[in-house]
Design a protein around this ligand. Structure first.
Ligand SMILES: [Zn+2]
Length: 418
């Protein structure tokens, strides 16, 4: 019902743990035979499972297990990930220039980022085949997620990280879950190269080059659609770093339509940070991606050589979508606006709102369009960034009052409502 193939030449890999095609070097991908799955069955099962106490059923990933590569029940390693909220955002809508807007907040996962939905699938499969150690290169979120799931599975976890470029909160979180952290010289792209050179038969490499990760992450599309009673939005806007998530969401929406859960596809808009935007540039110029040396304060998307760009390009093209970039200043302002709806997110996540604002301003997205912005990480993932922002002169910075008369101050606060 679901088979592993090369995403480039469709060759079937001989090794079940392979991360790249032996024939052409492209990434591998699972292919779901959508003719053999029935929409009404999936709708009914997901509805019933939401009322079940079984941890697999309470997970927004494993609730859709008929659409995932099969795994033995006793290998499933879940922290009840995936069931994230779709939250309406009136202040975000008015900032972006649309009538209505909702955030799909993937930061509301067990380790507070979108990585958990893919990690539960990758670690469960690694556990099933007896892997004793999981390894990843990371800008922080993958590290924390892998560390948590490996701990649950009783596996060792080894993180290869450019620690100077990672938020302190993410490093602390990763150490708390018991992972071994190896600091490397260079950036994420150097760390990923080192990890991809390892033999996947001896350790489980769980970066998004691992096709099981993509399978788990695609369920975010189902969770989004489920909360809208399977009504497709016009646009889904999301941040782009290594581009595994854009690939995964695109795949999820395609499969939802293939099965008949939905009638159409949303258009995907992938938003990169201007200092780490090789995909946006390749899209604009209509050519293949050329890696860059990445520089942005949105550390979760500080990636110059995105591994999944070909898959992501295929999904964006198929959805009639687009790719763009926004500056760090635009990201900082949009992040502050996300907070003003009582939601909050880490810097990279706000690229989606900043990108939407730009798309509306240019006329690419109509003000009455039905839009969902994807937020990928929780506000507490990078508190140092938030503190720096509020200590600055930025228009939405929020200073701490000191040495004031409290009664006078409260009167003033009540006069100047939010
Ligand atoms: Zn191939």
């Amino acid at each position: 019902m679901i088979a592993l193939r090369c995403a480039g030449c469709a060759e079937v890999p001989a090794e079940p743990d392979a991360l790249a095609c032996a024939a052409c070097g492209d990434l591998l991908a699972f292919e779901l035979d959508t003719d053999r799955v029935h929409a009404h069955a999936i709708e009914e099962i997901s509805r019933l499972r939401k009322a079940s106490a079984d941890p697999r059923d309470r997970s927004g990933v494993w609730r859709f297990r008929e659409l995932l590569p099969p795994v033995a029940d006793d290998a499933i390693t879940t922290l009840r990930e995936g069931d994230v909220p779709l939250i309406d955002a009136p202040r975000g809508a008015s900032y972006a220039g649309v009538d209505e807007l909702a955030y799909l907040h993937l930061g509301m996962n067990p380790t507070a980022s979108f990585k958990d939905a893919g990690m539960t699938v990758a670690i469960s499969h690694a556990r099933e085949r007896g892997a004793r150690a999981a390894v990843c290169a990371s800008t922080g979120n993958t590290a924390a997620s892998m560390a948590a799931y490996a701990a649950r599975a009783g596996m060792s976890a080894v993180v290869i990280a450019p620690v100077d470029g990672i938020s302190a909160a993410k490093v602390a979180q990763t150490l708390d879950y018991g992972a071994h952290v190896v600091a490397v010289e260079g950036d994420f792209d150097d760390a990923l190269r080192a990890v991809r050179a390892l033999d996947p038969a001896t350790v489980a490499v769980v970066n998004s080059v691992n096709p099981y990760r993509i399978e788990g992450q695609k369920t975010a599309a189902f969770v989004l659609l489920e909360q809208r009673r399977w009504e497709t939005p016009d646009w889904v806007v999301l941040p782009g770093g290594n581009l595994g998530n854009a690939s995964a969401l695109g795949k999820g929406f395609r499969e939802a339509r293939g099965i008949g859960l939905t009638a159409r596809l949303p258009r995907l808009a992938v938003v990169q940070a201007a200092g780490a935007a090789p995909f946006a540039r390749a899209w604009r110029e209509g050519r293949d991606l050329v890696p860059v040396r990445a520089e942005t304060d949105a550390t979760a998307i500080r990636i110059g050589a995105p591994a999944s760009w070909k898959k992501a390009r295929a999904e964006v093209r198929f959805s009639a979508g687009t790719v763009l970039d926004v500056t760090d200043a635009e990201i900082a302002e949009a992040r502050a606006i996300v907070g003003r709806d009582g939601v909050g997110c880490e810097p990279a996540s706000a690229a989606s709102l900043a990108g939407l604002r730009k798309l509306v301003a240019s006329g690419a997205v109509a003000p009455d369009a039905d839009v969902v912005c994807v937020l990928t990480g929780h506000v507490l993932k990078d508190t140092a960034y938030a503190a720096r922002y509020h200590a600055s002169e930025a228009p939405h910075a929020n200073a701490i009052a000191r040495g004031i008369d409290l009664a006078d101050y409260l009167n003033l606060v009540m006069l100047t409502r939010a």
